[in-house]
Design a protein around this ligand. Structure first.
Ligand code: NAG
Ligand code: NAG
Ligand code: NAG
Ligand code: NAG
Length: 653
């Protein structure tokens, strides 16, 4: 039989019940008719597979026809998220109503969920309404499993969120695990007269809850244009999750038609069968280790946890750290490091030793930080590190994989960074010289990671100890920021607490030394010094010919004043792009300006680095202006972009 007739035959055999009228549409299982697929999205086993388990990918699907008048709309859909691990998954999926499908083309994966990018999140021109099912950031900090549901308008910052779950008929709240691998149904209803958006969730085959999970007043008429597209966006980050929609019904006016559950149940079965088949299609060589390994790991973890918890309950030793990551047993880590042998020692940090380890079960390389805090204070700092790192996911941050506690010792397990720390490569005796492309890439990466900490995560995280020895290099020589031992959490919008001075000499902003108060601006100062260090290949403080210590910022400023700023570029660099080097050096100086109000925000720094915003022109004399505000008042009118910089930072969160 020729292939096309086979296809025709299949089309007739496979029943796809899709109905469509001006009033709306209903998919009880999917074919690609009338769907606009984008990214890695595809139709697979009659389900709409938004992401297919590849990393850092986006999948989107829109109903191809635009709705010209959406007043009181209503939709319901059933989704299944297949996470790579039972307790961890990539970012999630969202139902979206948007003005165009094109503006999403620039969207990014990971936390942007395929809807936004770095610059446009929060911009009212997005004209996008979304209901996100976020499986990575937990609003309920105490429970790593409590994934949330949020209503988003033009931005990733939800206008309303709630831990995933539903209200039972007797009024009690029942939590739902979005990444259980089980189908879950969602309802979104908007009423044009009351401007009320309701969102509800329930396990598949349960009734729509009477009381919605989220109910928010929103005037969608003022947010969306009259013609809109409806669809889904989904993204993965560093974990191989699969996001699927099984069925979907939408009505632009009035209640959506109910789904045909018997048809959906068949699709769900098909999907499960296909998943099993695709697993068995993986070559044996890969399959056996992967399957047995994952089964063994799961079993080992469950067993270990069980034994540990039982034992711990008796001895009072057990305590739990909420970090969204898994635990390792002490024994695992002892065997991973050949009993913490010196052979495996990678280095010593401020708080303890770091070892390389190979996990026996998975053969995965890890770095294990072994800390024995001497004081309660020290323990507190590390618990802070775990709590923060465990919840953060960004490709320029060192990923914490888990932890273990043994007596008074804390063992933190991180992704292993094969290329070591940046300061060793930059200042070490080795022959390897980082070229300019690589250096700029590292600078941009760290800027993006720091911007995530400052602006994009749900809490503001001040790193407090940015320096080249805290930047590690992965196997592709991307920079990753590590060591959050000194970081503190505080909520967006509130001030950082005044605490004791922390940081590393040479990277400490003057006001931090004076007042002992770490802020985003003191991080930016340290980042400025970091940029100069990377571009110049010099340490933050080096002795001059007379043996006096000279801060790098002063040294670069002096070089600039006596001629070209480019003379300060690392002489080991044979080849570099002049404009880029000049940008990095000047931006580095601006960031490490004595006056904190002049320093740009991390978001703006990233925009400067990718040339989205032009760095304002300034002379070296600008850098020696004192830090009293009145001095700048005279300067600002002459340099409006610097003024923007200032308001950008002081007016920021
Ligand atoms: C919002 O986006 C529009 C169009 O892309 C752009 O012109 C405008 O500058 C953006 N506004 C902000 C505040 O970024
Ligand atoms: C409410 O109903 C749920 C099941 O629907 C049940 O598990 C729970 O115990 C009930 N709570 C009360 C207070 O009746
Ligand atoms: C939203 O929920 C509220 C409270 O249960 C209900 O009164 C209202 O009718 C609902 N609106 C829509 C559009 O479903
Ligand atoms: C909703 O927004 C539209 C368009 O901006 C406006 O005409 C209307 O008055 C608003 N309705 C309410 C209740 O605010």
């Amino acid at each position: 039989m020729p292939p096309h007739s086979l296809l025709l035959c299949l089309l007739f055999l496979v029943q796809i019940s899709m109905s469509y009228s001006i009033g709306g549409f209903t998919y009880d299982g999917f074919s690609d008719s009338m769907l606009r697929l984008d990214g890695v999205a595809s139709i697979s086993s009659r389900s709409l597979m938004l992401t297919d388990g590849t990393l850092q990918s986006i999948g989107r699907a829109f109903f191809a026809r635009r709705f010209d008048s959406v007043s009181s709309f209503s939709t319901t859909f059933v989704f299944v998220i297949t996470p790579p691990y039972p307790d961890r998954s990539s970012h999630g999926l969202a139902f979206t109503v948007s003005a165009t499908t094109d503006s999403l083309l620039d969207a990014l994966p990971s936390q942007y969920m395929g809807m936004f990018n770095f610059e446009n999140t929060g911009n009212v021109t997005n004209r996008l309404f979304a209901v996100e099912l976020d499986t990575i950031l937990s609003t309920e900090f105490r429970d790593p499993d409590s994934n949330h549901v949020g209503i988003d308008v033009n931005s990733l910052e939800s206008v309303s969120t709630h831990a995933a779950g539903y209200y039972t008929p007797n009024g009690t709240f029942s939590p739902l695990k979005l990444i259980s691998g089980e189908p879950i149904q969602v309802w979104v209803d908007y009423d044009d007269s009351s401007h009320l958006v309701n969102v509800s969730l329930a396990p598949y085959l349960q009734h729509k809850p009477q009381r919605p999970l989220l109910s928010t007043t929103l005037n969608l008429t003022s947010i969306l244009p009259s013609s809109v597209y409806v669809g889904f966006a989904s993204a993965t980050g560093t974990l191989r999750s699969i996001h699927r929609i099984i069925g979907w019904s939408f009505s632009p006016d009035g209640e959506a038609k109910p789904l045909d559950y018997s048809a959906l149940s068949e699709v769900i079965q098909d999907v499960r069968r296909a998943d099993q088949r695709s697993r068995s299609h993986i070559p044996r060589k890969v399959l056996i280790p992967v399957v047995t390994m994952s089964v063994t790991i799961t079993l080992v973890i469950i067993l270990a946890l069980y034994v540990y918890m039982k034992k711990a309950r008796g001895s009072g030793e057990y305590w739990e750290i909420d970090c969204g990551s898994s635990s390792f047993t002490y024994k695992d880590l002892v065997s991973a490091t050949s009993g913490f042998s010196d052979k495996m020692l990678l280095g010593k940090g401020g708080f303890g030793k770091v070892y390389r380890g190979v996990l026996q079960t998975s053969k995965q390389n890890v770095a294990i930080k072994r800390v024995s805090p001497e004081s309660k204070q020290g323990m507190k700092e590390f618990i802070a590190e775990i709590t923060i790192l465990g919840h953060l996911r960004h490709r320029n941050l060192v990923q914490l994989l888990g932890y273990s506690r043994h007596k008074s010792e804390l063992l933190l397990v991180y992704d292993y960074m094969p290329n070591g720390s940046l300061d060793r490569v930059l200042h070490g005796q080795n022959k390897q010289i980082l070229d300019w492309v690589c250096r700029l890439n590292i600078i941009k990466g760290i800027a993006s990671g720091l911007c995530y900490l400052h602006e994009e995560w749900e809490k503001v995280v001040i790193h407090r100890d940015i320096k080249t020895s805290n930047v590690l290099l992965d196997n592709e020589m991307n920079g990753r920021l590590g060591d959050f031992g000194l970081a503190r959490l505080h909520n967006h919008g509130t001030d950082a607490h005044t605490t004791h001075l922390a940081g590393t000499w040479g990277y400490i902003a003057p006001e931090l030394a004076r007042l002992g108060r770490a802020t985003k601006a003191t991080d930016v100062f340290a980042f400025g010094v970091f940029m100069l260090e990377v571009a110049c290949g010099r340490r933050p403080i080096e002795a001059n010919d007379y043996g006096d210590p000279v801060p790098l910022t002063d040294w670069v400023t002096n070089v600039w004043e006596s001629g070209s700023i480019l003379k300060s570029v690392d002489p080991k660099l044979e080849d570099y792009v002049k404009e880029e080097a000049e940008l990095v050096l000047k931006l580095g100086l601006l960031c490490s300006h004595q006056a904190h109000i002049v320093r740009p925000s991390m978001r703006l720094i990233v925009q400067y680095l990718v040339n989205d915003v032009l760095l304002p022109d300034f002379q070296p004399s600008f850098l020696s202006l004192a830090s009293r505000d009145e001095d700048f008042d005279q300067y600002i009118p002459a340099c409006p972009s610097i003024a923007t910089t200032m308001t950008g930072l002081s007016g920021g969160r």
